[in-house]
Design a protein around this ligand. Structure first.
Ligand SMILES: [Zn+2]
Length: 449
């Protein structure tokens, strides 16, 4: 009894095994016939490389190789079919002139990039995350000797702004919409004041050569705090300035203060970033954390955050110095706090409490267009001073051989020399100055440091 039952079971399981093998075989066959589907193609042109991302239905085998005369890069995706349209050209791309595709060996997909210059390709596949599925990433880097050619191609491209980009200032008007922020004794809302100052600052920034403003909010509506950071990130902002007005129960409290992120806020945020897989696809300082292991990712994040915090504090000091000339200071030093909007790991971020809206006299000033303009002008001066001194690489400001400085009230020649890190003597020589006397509005040429 026992034995025959055993035999019967063995026979059944043998049959099942055969069925299973057949099933797996059919499945393999069908999946081979169906092949991998390329469902999307995305690309980014960064100053250093062009990244092409192919969204694929499953992990894909691929080959990448270069051909010469003319220069081409060939990407073969094995057993794959194109289920989307390829862009024929990439706007503003210095490497790629044209893209085309064809079928090879009846089943493979071949994508050919016709190149302006030879490139050094790098390719890798990425596993799905919460935002994307399987991906094949192909990065096109310039070869060292080709760097100059790339620069030439960049220059010859129609868009003159491409030669070097603007410094991007993200201006965040605090609160908005259903969140009015603080309310002054005579009913002035913080959200309205912050928007007015932000818009005035944006106009001033846009007037500066080599600088561009992005208004995070440009109307009376609310944007979530993380969404504000994300917006700045998408715009590749070099600085995030959040504008607020303070409030306190004691109506006597007054003056401005400038905040940067506290160390504590920074480390807790870094932990959160790493803990949440949705951030893995984000770029930290232009580096994807997606394909890095946890330790490396955390080191990269720390490095980026440390540099960002240092820059934030430098900007904050400049702003503080300028605001001091417009009105009273609430705090004489840069303050640290764990404000959410300051937590971008790779964008220097500052928060300005322009004045106390709870103070009747400051409320009046905050609501006054001329005073708003003065505050905006002070913020611009601080931002400009910082970026002239430390222009991000690849920007117009970084590439300018010499800077100009317009003399403002309180400027001295030696201060200006110190600010631009040039010697007093070079500064005198560059401007053929016979004495150290300067006047407001005078334009000084700043020689190369
Ligand atoms: Zn506020």
């Amino acid at each position: 009894m026992f034995r025959s039952r055993f035999r019967q079971q063995a026979a059944i399981s043998g049959r099942m095994k055969k069925n299973l093998i057949l099933f797996v075989f059919l499945w393999l066959l069908s999946s081979h016939v169906m092949g991998v589907e390329v469902t999307g193609v995305r690309h980014w042109v960064s100053p250093d490389y062009t990244r092409m991302v192919f969204d694929v239905s499953e992990s894909v085998e691929h080959k990448v190789f270069s051909l010469e005369k003319p220069d081409r890069l060939v990407v073969d995706l094995l057993a794959s079919r194109l289920h989307t349209e390829l862009p024929r050209t990439l706007a503003k791309d210095p490497y790629v002139a044209r893209i085309r595709s064809s079928t090879r060996n009846g089943s493979d997909l071949r994508v050919v990039f016709d190149l302006n210059v030879p490139v050094r390709p790098k390719s890798f596949v990425l596993k799905p995350n919460s935002r994307y599925g399987h991906r094949l990433v192909v990065d096109l880097y310039a070869r060292a000797s080709e760097q100059n050619q790339v620069r030439e191609v960049r220059k010859s491209l129609a868009d003159p702004l491409l030669r070097s980009r603007d410094v991007v200032i993200a201006i965040d008007a605090g609160h908005g919409g259903e969140d009015p922020g603080a309310k002054g004794p005579s009913g002035v809302y913080e959200k309205d004041v912050t928007l007015a100052i932000a818009q005035k600052l944006a106009r001033l920034v846009d007037r500066e050569p080599g600088m561009k403003a992005v208004l995070i909010r440009n109307g009376d509506y609310y944007i979530g705090l993380r969404q504000r950071m994300r917006k700045a990130h998408q715009q590749r902002a070099d600085l995030f300035v959040s504008i607020h007005a303070d409030a306190f129960k004691n109506r006597g409290a007054r003056g401005s203060s400038v905040f940067t992120l506290s160390q504590r806020g920074a480390s807790s945020e870094a932990a959160r970033w790493l803990a949440h897989s949705e951030n893995a696809a984000d770029l930290i300082g232009g580096v994807s954390l997606d394909d890095k292991d946890d330790l490396l990712a955390s080191v990269l994040l720390d490095l980026s955050q440390a540099a960002t915090m240092e820059a934030s504090n430098e900007v904050a000091s400049e702003l503080l110095a300028e605001l001091r000339q417009v009105g009273k200071m609430h705090k004489r030093h840069v303050q640290q706090a764990g404000f959410m909007v300051l937590k971008s790991p790779d964008i220097p971020s500052v928060l300005v409490e322009t004045a106390f809206i709870s103070n009747p006299s400051e409320e009046r000033k905050l609501n006054d267009s001329a005073h708003q303009q003065k505050l905006a002008q002070a913020l611009l001066s601080g931002i400009r001073d910082y970026f002239l001194r430390s222009p991000p690489p690849g920007t117009l400001l970084a590439e300018r051989k010499s800077y100009e400085h317009i003399i403002e009230r309180g400027d001295t020649l030696s201060d200006i020399a110190k600010q631009y890190r040039v010697s007093l003597n070079d500064l005198r020589k560059a401007n053929r100055l016979k004495s150290d006397r300067i006047r407001v509005g005078q334009v000084l040429r700043i020689p190369e440091g």
